[in-house]
Write a protein that binds this ligand. Sequence first.
Ligand code: ADP
Length: 515
Amino acid sequence: MNNPPFHDPEHGQQGSFLRPESETLSEKLLDGLRTSVIFFNTEGVVLRTNASAREDLHANEELTGRRLSELLTLACRNENILPGMLARFEDGLTEEVELPRDTFMRTTDGNAQFFVVGGITRLGDDEFIMSFRNTVDELTQEYMLKMALSSTKIFPWFYDMARQTMVIDPRYFDYTGIVSPDCTMSLEQFADRIHPEDREAMFNAFDMQLHGSHYPYPVPFRLRRGDDRYEWFEGQSTYLGQVEGIPYRVVGICMSTQAHKDIEDSLRAARDKAEQSDRLKSAFLSNMSHEIRTPLNAIVGFSNLLAGAESDLNTGDAREYAALISKNCDHLLLLVSDILDLSRIETDTMEYNFAAYSLGQILTDLYEDQMTAVPEGVDFNLLLPPCDVMIETDIVRLRQVVGNLLGNAFKFTSRGHVDLGYTLDRESWTVRLFVEDTGRGIPADQYGKIFERFYKVDSFVQGAGLGLSICKILSERLGGRIDVCSQVAQGSRFTLALPLLRQGKHPISNILNHE
Ligand code: ADP
């Protein structure tokens, strides 16, 4: 081993032999450094090290006088880059060579190995210094933070006071689709992306932070993403240090809370649905008890009359009682069948059989069947267009929907007319069946409600309030949609829009009789 210039053979300590004052001072200074330094000469022989370097390299023995290349390797992408770095100084011009990122320092005795940042600098003609810092702890923290953040939608940011710019985690831009090549946003750009209703609260909090009043609470806001959709976020910030009452730097996170909001919304919807079900159950029980009891009372009453007072009854009365019993039985049957239908709709067990039918024929049959139900003083008209069409539908369900609409029209109309018919919209290949009456009408604010279960505009009128809700669902299952237009005391028009075909066959074949 070469003896170095300052070797003290007695103590085996670098520079302690007849060292001048300045030498002691510089050594103290070096040992006080947090950065590790190794001085070496052109031959790569170590001249001096500081305490931090000896600690990092776990040096149990003297390093001075040993060759740097025998002492350690610098691995980068599986290659020892130390010889190459030293060779770059051979031109006599290179002043400094930086260690590439992710350089791994390993002592040849295997005692120490760690990631480093640093470099080699020329100090004079024959002297160089390698300075480095063990970054294992930093990297560990960085990777841990990265790993933790990568599985979240939390994005760190800081506010660069000098440039008045927000510097945000690049993941934020990937996630939101907002474009910023250098991952920064001015406050104006950021404000522009915040929903106008949330801007004030957001900037009040930020302003407090900027002026050194700590505001530790999360601030919810909606952010306009790159695709212009708003997404819920929550921002939180704090500041580092203060210089004359002004924070040195404001740092924070913003976190997407959209998933929580969505869960909140679905839970709220589920709660509302449960509450509605509860209300519906009560409405169902009260409606049913009334709707069942009324016809049952009539049936029992008139049956008793028929059975008990046989001798006093003339045939006309008997017929009238029998007709009333039959009418109330029909009510009960209709009620039971509505309830069964509703239950089948709820459990999705209702079957639909689609086939092609002449729409004109379906409506003509219905018209004839319903003739007996037309109230006195009301005209019942069938208004068919000159050409008929074939429609692919479930005839039982279509008859049920139109039958229900006619039943309501007759129930609520005591004079004028009830019209049944359809029009054809050739552009959209849709037919619009209509049932129009000149009855009592429906207030406009009730249009939506009458399609809800158990809803009746007038609770004194007979009916369980189920008919239209069933009609609405059945129409949708038939691929159509039901609408109402009405005026109080003038009448109502219910329209059922249905596609001619379920699948994309050529609609022209549906027209039966061209004009
Ligand atoms: P119901 O089965 O009891 O007849 P619906 O669901 O069919 O109940 O109708 C709900 C409510 O809508 C009725 O109670 C009535 O108030 C109103 N309604 C429905 N059709 C008409 C109509 N043609 N004219 C006036 N009101 C109507």
